[in-house]
Design a protein around this ligand. Structure first.
Ligand SMILES: Cc1ncc(COP(=O)(O)O)c(C=O)c1O
Length: 356
């Protein structure tokens, strides 16, 4: 058998348990639990058949996103989901033997991208209280790594680093490209976009997968210096974003109230859920995003499995440094969280042999 590149032969691929989820309450991948604006569905339904046979047209898409952010379109580039933007960053900037600096645990797709390019991976763990390891990262930037990724808020810990702290990191390391994955920005309101307009070594990544509810269609954006986003475009295929994503993205952006309403609903449900965990005496964490980490009493895997039997999916963090023994819980609407808490109370506090 012909062998792939050594880096690919040695690669641990990113695998997510995504099959067979549709009929269940999906609180495992931080998707919207209500889906997109009805305008998205209408726009897709009204496509004429010739739209299927024609290569997609992208005119106006970057401009539409730039308008929602209030930034010049030259600073914005669309991708086939933020995953594709992440891949483009490594394709364009991830030189073999150079250093990729990040934290652990964090979003699982960065590491295989760095591995594929033969980068040296330097992952600094979060503190036990899940604080961002700011002092250690600041120190490591002195060695001028090629790339620093800040997942903000971090998935899965929920750790939020204030944008001025990120700006200070970037200013201290002008040779390092600082990529800030802001996938959950709709829920935190804390963005580095204004910093990315000012500092040429900062790129923000945002997506329509979560709050806007079109995860299946794949549309994300990189926001940064025009030269940087142009280099990311260079390493991307000419038709990598499909026509459904373009149509859905435009329709989603034309209905910002849908996202606003959903975010408000999630934030209210989050407050209620936090109150329930306090009442139950269950350890939990998460400063930002539409998700929390939950440490159930007793065996976490038994609780995750018990919830699945009740038709509810959550994501186990088994084996991950710092957060082992917890599961990640997506916050949906209040109705969804009431259903979750009822099932969780029954599953976690039955036969666990553990009071709290
Ligand atoms: C932190 C983070 N970055 C990127 C992604 C991927 O985003 P997209 O669906 O836009 O590819 C996810 C998906 O869960 C995520 O949590």
């Amino acid at each position: 058998m012909i062998r792939a590149k050594p880096e690919v032969e040695a690669l641990t691929p990113y695998v997510a348990p995504l099959e067979g989820r549709r009929s269940l309450l999906r609180l495992d991948f931080n998707e919207s639990t209500v889906g997109p604006s009805p305008r998205v569905v209408d726009a897709i339904r009204s496509l004429p058949p010739d739209a299927y046979g024609t290569y997609p047209e992208y005119a106006g898409l970057n401009e539409a996103y730039a308008t929602t952010l209030g930034v010049p379109a030259s600073h914005v580039e669309a991708f086939n989901g933020v995953d594709a933007a992440i891949r483009a960053v490594f394709d364009a900037y991830g030189e073999k033997g150079s250093t990729f600096l990040t934290t652990v645990p964090t979003f699982g797709y960065y590491e295989p991208c760095a591995q594929q390019h033969g980068m040296v991976i330097d992952e600094v763990p979060y503190a036990d209280d899940l604080q961002y390891p700011l002092a250690a990262i600041t120190r490591k930037l002195e060695a001028r790594p090629r790339l620093l990724f800040v997942c903000n808020p971090n998935n899965p810990t929920g750790t939020l680093l204030a944008p001025p702290a990120i700006a200070a990191l970037a200013r201290s390391a002008p040779q390092t490209l600082v990529v800030v994955d802001e996938l959950y920005v709709a829920f935190t309101g804390q963005s580095v976009v204004s910093i990315a307009l000012e500092l040429p070594n900062v790129v923000a990544l945002q997506s329509l997968s979560k709050a806007a509810g079109i995860a299946a269609l794949r549309l994300g954006f990189a926001i940064g210096h025009p030269t940087i986003v142009e280099r990311l475009r260079r390493v991307t295929g000419p038709y990598d974003i499909n026509m459904f994503a373009v149509v859905a993205g435009r329709a989603a952006l034309a209905d910002p109230d849908h996202v606003r309403r959903y975010v408000a609903e999630v934030l209210a449900a989050r407050t209620w859920t936090l109150g329930e965990f306090r009442r139950l005496g269950v350890r939990h964490a998460g400063d930002g995003g539409n998700y929390l980490l939950v440490w159930p009493p007793g065996d976490c895997e038994r609780v995750v499995q018990g919830l699945r039997e009740q038709g509810i999916l959550v994501r186990s963090m088994a084996g991950k440094p710092v957060v082992d023994g917890s599961f990640r819980l997506t916050i949906g609407t209040l109705e969804h969280m009431r259903r979750f808490i009822a099932a969780f109370s029954a599953v976690a506090f039955s036969h666990s042999g553990s009071a709290r």
